[in-house]
Design a protein around this ligand. Structure first.
Ligand code: GLP
Length: 244
């Protein structure tokens, strides 16, 4: 779906989330949301906060799982995804702290496989992800599933691509400060979500958006796997859609 602006897309998407959250609350059930970081989802989070503050949307029955986290960053680091999510969403809504899940950036290397396994099990125990949002990296990654990530990959440690690290360099005041690895949900973990929307804004994302939507399905562009998902959509603005 092509929208005239990121804000218009974010509003439409937030309305779908609000519907899901409210219908689950009416049944006394939880809504399990898969969340993403980066600049792309910011207008979406702003709209969720507005719905909470101005329209009384409650997140008391919401459980969240984030896609990924940088390795080596403690929660309080300003670039950790834990910090990002609290600053840009969780601190402004009524979600119970125990309902928030992110991979850990500080788990000892030897404990990473067990940590990833627990993350997968927690998603299953919560009933699976009802609705997953995604951004897209210039390498075509979803989460941090860099080129070469298999379609059936699960939550695991991943080495970050040079392009990904370059894109993150300004936020970290230089590429030398950007972590070299991360923990990410796998492509298989993401594709297990019942419903998925990938958001993409701006001219800089036009080429990779075209590859993801119209290119071959390949592990070189992990977002292309969405083409085979029964309920995955791309929400794009006119600039990101310019090469479609
Ligand atoms: C990071 C995140 C991705 C995100 C991507 C794009 O790599 N792990 O989930 O989609 O950045 O970032 P931005 O939205 O700032 O363009």
């Amino acid at each position: 779906t092509v929208f005239e602006s990121p804000e218009a897309a974010a509003k439409a998407l937030a309305a779908e989330f609000a519907e899901l959250i409210k219908s689950r609350a009416a049944e006394g059930k939880t809504a399990v949301l898969g969340l993403a970081t980066g600049s792309t989802p910011l207008p979406f989070y702003a709209e969720l906060i507005r719905l909470h503050k101005e329209e009384g949307l409650s997140f008391a029955n919401v459980v969240t799982f984030n896609l990924d986290e940088y390795s080596g960053l403690p929660r309080e680091h300003k670039e950790s995804y834990w910090h990002f999510m609290h600053e840009n969403l969780f601190n402004h809504i009524d979600i119970p702290a125990e309902n928030v899940n992110l991979p850990s950036g500080t788990v000892a290397e030897a404990d990473v496989p067990a940590h990833c396994d627990e993350y997968e099990k927690a998603i299953v125990a919560a009933g699976g992800i009802d609705f997953q949002i995604l951004g897209i990296g210039r390498t075509g990654h979803i989460g941090f599933n860099e080129p070469g990530s298999p379609k059936d990959s699960r939550t695991r440690a991943i080495h970050l691509d040079e392009i990904t690290r370059q894109d993150a360099a300004p936020a970290f005041d230089g590429i030398d400060n950007v972590p070299t690895s991360a923990i990410t949900m796998g492509c298989g973990t993401i594709l297990d979500a019942k419903k998925i929307v990938l958001m993409s804004w701006g001219e800089k994302k036009a080429a990779i958006t075209k590859e993801a939507v119209q290119g071959p399905i390949s592990d070189q562009v992990s977002a292309s796997f969405l083409q085979e998902h029964p309920d995955a959509r791309f929400f794009v603005d006119t600039a990101a859609a310019s090469l479609l």
